[in-house]
Design a protein around this ligand. Structure first.
Ligand SMILES: Cc1cc2nc3c(=O)[nH]c(=O)nc-3n(C[C@H](O)[C@H](O)[C@H](O)COP(=O)(O)OP(=O)(O)OC[C@H]3O[C@@H](n4cnc5c(N)ncnc54)[C@H](O)[C@@H]3O)c2cc1C
Length: 294
């Protein structure tokens, strides 16, 4: 007889096909295991005790890290952060995702962590969710009913909640290039190097004859999901991205944000940071876009 409070047995599965992985995941309470950086930490902290762990490391095809012909990226869910970080992006869409990968944690984390694990975990302070939202990437998910493609804007549902059902697996992320001439910058404020963001800002923009001809913004760590605001983007479009315009867009974003107080900063501090980081991120992206034109 098992003593009360004693640990229960955990089954570890290492499937070699996607179908086997989905079958193993159909068990009640089963969880995918990718890099283990977040999952194992939660298990160690006693927050989770999945009866079945389904390792994805032997499932073929999940480790793709492929530049697309159009300049975008095709990333398998098991693409590790360091593999994405070392890519040389050829488009604004690829650039924002690669820059975010370079800012994740420190080398040990980047060596183990995967993009699928990061977005499935959906920590609002994580870097990829904000970047793939800015890039308007599409998340591919497989489940018992087949595969489906979910735009990043619809993927994140709340704190640690996504559109991926418990019996589904994120299999990949398609990152479109964005328009020709667009360039991107990922700005992240951390309390200490290698930490999650206090606030992060992803910007992709293009300039034509001194005016902003395209812009997409996503802000991280200021709400339950990455924050995109059409009004803030509209405020920048067609302008010279002067200080007053940027301040107006920053104020709109700060008002729409719903940050929390936590160990990294107060909600008020985060709201103050938004316009400042936005100004910095836009200046960097703009300089790149103009240098590319020169
Ligand atoms: C010290 C430390 C610092 C960190 N700093 C940062 C940082 O600065 N920025 C940042 O963004 N992240 C940071 N992270 C998190 C890191 O990026 C993790 O890699 C990431 O959150 C989880 O990825 P993983 O591959 O390790 O997933 P796992 O820990 O294996 O899994 C995480 C969750 O996702 C589920 N899951 C995994 N893969 C899939 C899949 N393909 N389909 C469906 N569900 C899946 C798991 O079941 C689990 O619930 C840090 C982590 C640590 C430990």
């Amino acid at each position: 007889m098992q003593a009360e409070g004693a640990p229960t047995a955990m089954h570890y599965a290492e499937p070699e096909t996607l179908a086997e992985a989905l079958s193993a995941l159909s068990a009640e309470g089963a969880r995918c295991l990718a890099g283990g950086q977040s999952l194992v930490a939660m298990m160690n902290a006693g927050l989770l005790a999945p009866p079945v762990l389904v390792s994805l490391r032997r499932v073929p095809g999940l480790d793709a890290v492929e530049p697309r012909e159009d300049g975008g990226l095709r990333l398998g869910a098991m693409a590790r952060h360091f593999e994405v970080a070392r890519l040389q992006p050829r488009s604004g869409g690829a650039e924002i995702v690669v820059e975010a990968a370079r800012r994740i944690g420190h080398p040990a984390i980047r060596n183990q962590g995967t993009i699928g694990g990061s977005i499935a975990h959906a920590d609002p302070a994580a870097d990829y969710p904000t970047a793939i939202t800015c890039a308007e990437a599409v998340v591919q998910v497989a489940g018992p009913q087949g595969a489906r493609a979910i735009p990043a804007a619809d993927f994140f549902h709340g704190y640690y909640e996504t559109a991926c059902a418990p019996d589904e697996i994120v299999i990949g992320i398609e990152v479109p290039p964005g328009p020709p001439g667009a360039r991107a910058h990922y700005e992240k404020l951390m309390i200490v190097d290698g930490d999650f963001a206090v606030v992060s800002v992803a910007v992709m923009l293009a300039m034509e004859r001194g005016a902003c001809s395209f812009v997409r913004l996503a802000i991280g760590a200021v709400a339950a999901t990455p924050l995109r605001l059409a009004d803030a983007e509209a405020a920048l479009l067609g302008t010279a991205l002067d200080d007053a315009t940027l301040a107006r867009a920053g104020a709109l974003l700060a008002e729409a944000a719903d940050p929390v107080d936590d160990m990294r900063g107060s909600a008020a501090f985060r709201r103050k940071l938004i316009p400042r980081l936005l100004r910095r991120a836009v200046a960097e992206a703009r300089a790149k876009a103009e240098a590319a034109h020169a």
